[in-house]
Design a protein around this ligand. Structure first.
Ligand SMILES: Nc1ncnc2c1ncn2[C@@H]1O[C@H](COP(=O)(O)OP(=O)(O)OP(=O)(O)O)[C@@H](O)[C@H]1O
Ligand SMILES: [Mg+2]
Length: 368
């Protein structure tokens, strides 16, 4: 979504609300062992939308199921809102009750909604409230309030089969909010939905994040989901988190796979005597003035071949592929200028290995 604008996110604080440390999960079935999580350290800050992305089998669902102890980790700890959930497991008869109570403050949204077809929409939302022991009147008041919050006040008496996929997921979200959770976990909540419905559900999660100060940990295999709602993201591969950070931090990391996937740029040189350069903006420098300053200072025409930019907290971040007239040797000074502005610059199509050995400008790290 190039040009998409995200406003400043004011409610993210530095205190972690979800922390896992050394989280490991080994499944044992029929004599075989599968290591689904291999020492995962996750830090989700209060008030942020945090996306975990990875291919099928990477361990994403295992991670989210271990975070609310639906699945018992093989080793490592899980702390949610200051409470060590792993310590609650297996500590005598009270542990079960304490864990259930802690879990009621962690909302969970599922890919396939998991609604009860024999119950009305309202009764589905009331279910967790019944378990919490609220009276009929309180349950009904709370359920209607939540349905209103997700935009389904008029569907309270409908049955799940009478709803669209997007509406079912709204019910799933209302139900997840019943225990007034601080944290909402979402496992592929939009994977069964069409693109437009996906956008509206993501917008709802974003609104809830803002309005209620709700921290959202979402699992997805779609980069667009991360791009449109997440403040931070982590990339999982074979049970491990191999990259993580805020979107700006990822962009500021040379060679970040996530940054490249979030802000893909393409475009070929228009002629032989051209230098194609990828410039990464991670919020420190404004985009347009730098490019026009470059053009004016060195009196060169710059073509923008491709760009994937976003505005976060009023600052432009992303990547841009530009073309400068002349070969690399003729552009050492303009490229140096870009680096002096605090931008990361990489020569497209030329890894550092193929670069002239004596040219320090090609060292692949952002100049400071
Ligand atoms: N209950 C289980 N018993 C045995 N192995 C399991 C179990 N659940 C998951 N696994 C294995 O653990 C690994 C990680 O699975 P997981 O479901 O966490 O991946 P995922 O990233 O959520 O994948 P997807 O994107 O397909 O949902 C896989 O190799 C999977 O086969
Ligand atoms: Mg999964």
């Amino acid at each position: 979504m190039p040009g998409h604008t995200r406003a400043a996110h004011s409610t993210v604080t530095e205190s972690p609300v979800i922390t896992t440390s050394g989280l490991t999960k080994v499944y044992r079935s029929r004599g075989r062992e599968v290591t689904a999580l291999d020492g995962v350290d996750l830090h989700v800050r209060e008030g942020e939308v945090y996306g975990v992305i990875g291919q099928s089998g990477a361990g994403k669902s295992s991670l989210i199921r271990c975070v609310n102890l639906l699945e018992r980790p093989t080793s490592g700890t899980v702390t949610v809102a200051g409470q060590d959930l792993t310590a609650l497991v297996g500590r005598g008869p009270r542990a079960g009750r304490e864990l259930r109570r802690a879990r009621s403050r962690i909302g969970m949204v599922f890919q396939h909604f998991n609604l009860l077809s024999s119950r009305t929409v309202q009764d589905n939302v009331e279910l967790p409230l019944e378990i919490l022991g609220l009276s009929g009147q309180e349950r009904s008041r709370k359920a209607l309030e939540l349905l209103d919050l997700v935009g389904l006040a008029d569907k309270a008496k409908s049955y799940p089969a009478q709803l669209s996929g997007g509406q079912k997921q709204r019910v799933g979200i209302a139900r997840a909010l019943a225990g007034d959770p601080k944290v909402l976990l979402s496992d592929e909540a939009t994977s069964a939905l069409d693109p437009e419905t996906t956008r509206s559900i993501l917008q709802l999660l974003r609104d809830l994040n803002r309005q209620l100060g709700l921290t959202v940990l979402l699992i997805t295999h779609e980069m667009d989901v991360v791009k449109s709602v997440c403040d931070s993201a982590a990339l999982m591969e074979r049970g491990q988190i191999i990259e993580s950070g805020t979107v700006s931090e990822l962009l500021a990391t040379p060679g970040s796979e996530l940054a490249a996937a979030l802000f893909p740029v393409s475009g070929e040189a228009t002629g032989e005597d051209r230098t194609v350069v990828d410039v990464t903006f991670h919020g420190e420098a404004a985009t347009q003035p730098v490019i026009s300053q470059l053009s004016r200072t060195y009196n060169i025409d710059i073509s923008i071949l491709g760009a994937a930019m976003d505005t976060i907290a009023g600052k432009q971040v992303g990547r841009m592929r530009i073309e400068l007239p002349g070969r690399f040797e003729e552009n050492v000074v303009p490229i140096g200028f870009l680096r002096e502005q605090g931008l990361q610059v990489e020569i497209a199509g030329e890894g550092p290995a193929s670069a002239p050995q004596d040219d320090t400008l090609l060292v692949k790290e952002g100049a400071k």
